[in-house]
Design a protein around this ligand. Structure first.
Ligand SMILES: *Cc1c(COP(=O)(O)O)cnc(C)c1O
Length: 353
């Protein structure tokens, strides 16, 4: 048998949200924080036109998309790096800083991909427990050592939906050495309505050790096509571009992302509807007697501890797929009203404990 890296034996597999069906055939996928909307016709048309050229390699530099993003955010094109989903860009970030002994700090619980990517890159994970349901930035700063190379701040945090405020982020960044990269993972930025939450694209402008991660998968509804990006000072963006596998972002994804930026107003109207639904769902849960952290993302978090899997099972019986983290809690995406109402009915019937 071939010999593999020992780390592979200890790595938990990434568990993607899976579909469930009720006895009477209903199925709602609230497990992956996807957009509940089908793609816009203008985006589908752009992809369909590009499909006729799929025998050709994509533009390796993704020039059109890079320029569209540079214009959208008012940043130089050299400050942008693209990947097949922002999780790939995150993987590339790990590759740019990791070597034996390198430490990467992140909150826990946070995005499930971080420990996986750290293990794969050969970096050492330093997990700092959440304070309540949010980042404990002071403890994260305290965890910095001479070996620290990178820190992830997921804002809003997946899976708790909590946010870091501008003032606390700035105080934290002031404590981080210049040679440590801070990655603001803003996969859910478009859903944020709290005016105190920083926009990473403003933060990075004064801070050469700050990188912003964004994605087309959530608010822009392109999860199936895989395209995400990083915005950071030139040395950071250029290091990430060096780790890109040639032709990583396929042509249909490039075209769809450009068309989505062109249709941004329409897409952000949809986001606004999801935000209203989110507030309705959280309000209903609180009225039912649940403790639900304030959420600025397109999901809610229920800390169910040892009853987590029972709750997920109760949801599955009604055809609602949620994301359980055994022993901790359940993350439930905001979907179409019918899906949300079905979930709320399960929550209403489940003992509060
Ligand atoms: C969904 C998500 C991503 C990225 O997803 P991609 O589809 O790879 O762009 C990144 N970070 C967090 C925290 C997420 O929840």
């Amino acid at each position: 048998m071939p010999r593999f890296r020992a780390i592979l034996d200890t790595m938990p597999p990434y568990r993607a949200g899976k579909a469930v069906v009720s006895a009477d055939g209903r199925s709602y996928k609230l497990s992956s924080n996807e957009s509940p909307y089908e793609p816009l016709p203008s985006v589908v048309e752009a992809v369909a036109r590009a499909a006729g050229q799929m025998h050709r390699y994509p533009d390796p530099a993704a020039t059109g998309l890079t320029e569209a993003l540079a214009e959208r955010f008012g940043v130089p094109a050299e400050h942008i790096a693209l990947g097949a989903g922002s999780v790939t860009v995150a993987q590339q970030l790990f590759e740019t800083v990791s070597e034996p002994g390198a430490e990467v700090i992140y909150a826990w619980r946070s995005f499930e991909a971080y420990p996986l990517l750290a293990d794969l890159a050969g970096a050492t994970s330093v997990r700092v427990p959440l304070l309540g349901e949010g980042h404990h930035l002071e403890a994260m700063a305290d965890a910095i050592t001479p070996h620290t190379r990178m820190i992830f701040v997921c804002n809003p945090n997946n899976p708790t939906g909590t946010v870091v405020q501008a003032a606390e982020l700035e105080a934290f960044l002031d404590r981080v050495p210049q040679d440590v990269l801070v990655v603001l993972d803003e996969a859910y930025h478009e859903y944020v309505r709290d005016a105190g939450v920083p926009d990473g694209v403003d933060v990075y402008r004064d801070r050469p050790n700050v990188a912003v991660l964004r994605t087309f998968s959530k608010a822009y509804g392109l999860a199936g096509l895989r395209v995400g990006y990083l915005i950071a000072a030139e040395p950071v963006a250029s290091a990430v571009r060096k780790t890109t596998v040639p032709f990583a972002v396929n042509q249909l994804a490039q075209v769809a992302a450009i068309a989505s930026l062109a249709a941004e107003e329409e897409l952000l109207e949809r986001v606004e509807v999801v935000v209203k639904e989110r507030d309705r769902v959280r309000g209903a849960l609180v009225a039912q007697g649940w403790t639900v952290p304030a959420t600025e993302a397109n999901f809610v978090w229920l800390r169910l501890n040892e009853r987590t899997l029972d709750f997920a099972e109760a949801c599955a019986a009604e055809g609602v797929a949620v994301r359980p983290f055994a022993g901790e809690g359940v993350r439930v995406s905001i979907g179409e009203p019918e899906a949300n109402d079905t979930f709320l009915a399960v929550a209403a019937a489940f003992p509060r404990g």
